[in-house]
Ligand binder design. Structure first.
Ligand SMILES: C[C@H](O)[C@H](O)[C@H]1CNC2=NC(N)=NC(=O)C2=N1
Length: 98
């Protein structure tokens, strides 16, 4: 059973995720990314969707034209877990590559 990160583990994990904000109320991390247009935004979402499905770990996200608002938390753990950190790192790698 996946467990949520404790405070020390969370602080260490967030240290390497400068683009993400911590949402204390949800015990989650959030990031908003703005792309050139809808096609770029949806292409990004398609890449993330394939990674998420392979990992069986899915974002909570919203797309408004060229913006993608992402929230990562682990429902099975009731909070932020290593799976969220791994998905955030994968997302950052996609954004950095595009
Ligand atoms: C049965 C359960 O839905 C699956 O194990 C996966 C699906 N994707 C998931 N995604 C996220 N963010 N948290 C989960 O706990 C989770 N569980």
């Amino acid at each position: 059973m996946i467990e949520a990160l404790n405070e020390v583990e969370r602080a260490e994990a967030l240290d390497g995720l400068d683009e993400w904000d911590y949402d204390e109320a949800r015990d989650a991390i959030t990031r908003t990314i703005v792309f050139a247009d809808f096609v770029e935004a949806f292409g990004f979402m398609t890449q993330v969707a394939l990674i998420a499905e392979r990992a069986n770990h899915h974002p909570e996200w919203k797309n408004i034209w060229n913006r993608v608002e992402i929230l990562l938390t682990t429902h099975d753990a009731g909070g932020l877990s290593p799976r969220d950190i791994e998905l955030a790192e994968a997302i950052d790698a996609i954004v950095d590559d595009d």
